[in-house]
Design a protein around this ligand. Structure first.
Ligand code: ASP
Length: 429
């Protein structure tokens, strides 16, 4: 019997998990689901996080030591960062066009706005501490944050992935520069370690359908509690806003990534999306680009044939700085909040949104809910009260899933692009 493709297995896990979650919330089984089903989702996410740091280290060091020279690294680095920034800026502009055209905030009755703000004020107070830290950050703080003071400290948190990337880069460059019997042994050892880590990712993916089922059932029952009606009420109030965010994200995925895939890579649209479907689905159900990183590696290398030296460099940087979905959502959310509060935003203010959402998305950690905290930076910059975040808190968890899937799609599309362009550069040389 032919084995069902992994992405179909995960889709089945996702759909049945969603249905189970709705059924559980309907029948007051949320407590049972949280106690006995959700933990399997947590185990799945923990497994992915567990392997992320060893994966980035082993594959980046192996990748760099197989590069021809350092100039290839700086060429690839320049291209990667440039394209990441460009796609993020385009994402924000798409979001702004959508939200200014649809004007979801102007359609919301004032009464509903006030009720939402009241209902979610306490949730916002819980986030106040993180919001204060974000407000105090200087403009160059993201740059300072790249360089760790202690590698064990950096490796102990998946939020510091860029620090691990930085150390692995230094290590790989050192290994490339010193050619001795000793370093050859180190390189062979790390390359062997890389093979083992990749095998572990394959093993973890075997349980992905179950993990995704448990994550979906857990998320739905966590949001709904035993009262499905609350979700429906929220969706009614914030439905048009959510529609604007999702429409923007879909436009970005199909237009911008579609353009990249069609014109800058040898892949067809269909092949690309089938190849990375497991990563998109895991991103959707975990809401974390960091946890999805091992799956993205697996997809681009095994299914798209992207070379290890490219994927190991472009993907982890993308997971930390290229959050197109988050940036687009921040643009839409900021304008929506201003619309509800009746604050007019002229063209210069909209330009400020492009700039600040770019920075805020770079600074957002690739973990659930980070985009919402960083939204405060955007609101502060355009003079909209940050308490307005309470307006959109209710649907944030759901939108987080869609924007994380977009973030991961963007990383994979740019990785495919860089791989194709590096191949062409090598052929020319
Ligand atoms: N959850 C998103 C991610 O991990 C970040 C965010 O927008 O909150 O990519």
């Amino acid at each position: 019997m032919m084995k069902m493709k992994l992405h179909w297995q995960i889709i089945i896990g996702l759909v049945t998990g969603t249905l189970f979650g709705i059924f559980a919330a309907w029948n007051q089984w949320s407590g049972f689901t949280q106690d006995w089903i959700a933990p399997f989702g947590t185990i799945f996410v923990n497994l992915l996080k567990l392997i992320a740091v060893p994966l980035v280290f082993a594959s980046l060091v192996t990748g760099i030591s197989s590069l021809a020279d350092i100039s290839q690294l700086s060429r690839m680095g320049g291209k990667t960062i440039g394209i990441y920034l460009l796609t993020t800026a385009v994402a924000i502009i798409i979001g702004l066009v959508v939200v200014n055209t649809l004007e979801p905030g102007s359609l919301m009755p004032q009464k509903v706005g006030i009720e939402l703000q009241k209902a979610y004020q306490s949730n916002l107070d819980e986030k106040a501490a993180s919001v204060e830290i974000v407000k105090d950050r200087g403009p160059l703080q993201p740059l300072v944050d790249i360089v760790p003071t202690n590698i064990i400290g950096a490796a102990s948190s998946n939020r510091s992935m860029l620090q691990v990337v930085f150390f692995s880069l230094l290590f790989g460059i050192g290994l490339m520069l010193v050619q001795s019997e000793g370093t050859a042994t180190v390189a062979r050892f790390i390359s062997g370690m890389n093979d083992v880590v990749i095998k572990i990712v394959d093993l973890i993916m075997l349980v992905a359908p179950i993990g995704v089922f448990a994550l979906m059932a857990g998320t739905i029952t966590a949001i709904a509690g035993d009262d499905l009606g609350t979700i429906l009420e929220l969706l009614k109030a914030l439905g048009f806003y959510s529609f604007a965010v999702v429409l923007g994200l879909l436009l970005h995925v199909f237009l911008v990534y579609g353009f990249i895939i069609r014109f800058f890579t040898p892949h067809t649209f269909k092949k690309f999306f089938t190849a990375i479907a497991p990563a998109q689905l895991v991103a959707f159900s975990t809401s974390s680009s960091a946890a999805t990183l091992p799956v993205s590696f697996d997809c681009v290398e095994e299914n798209l044939g992207v070379r290890n030296e490219v994927a190991s460099f472009v993907l982890p940087i993308g997971a930390t700085i290229n959050l197109d979905g988050t940036a687009l959502y921040q643009g839409v959310a900021a304008v929506f909040i201003a619309q509800v509060l009746g604050i007019p935003l002229d063209f210069t203010v909209q330009l400020t949104i492009v700039l600040t959402a770019l920075l805020a998305s770079i600074g957002a950690a690739p973990v659930p809910g980070a985009g919402l905290i960083m939204l405060v930076i955007v609101l502060e910059a355009i003079g909209v009260p940050s308490a307005g975040v309470a307006l959109i808190l209710g649907v944030d968890r759901i939108l987080d899933m869609v924007r994380t899937a977009t973030n991961v799609t963007g990383d994979c599309a740019v990785t495919a692009l860089i791989d194709a362009s590096e191949k062409r550069a090598e052929e020319r040389a």
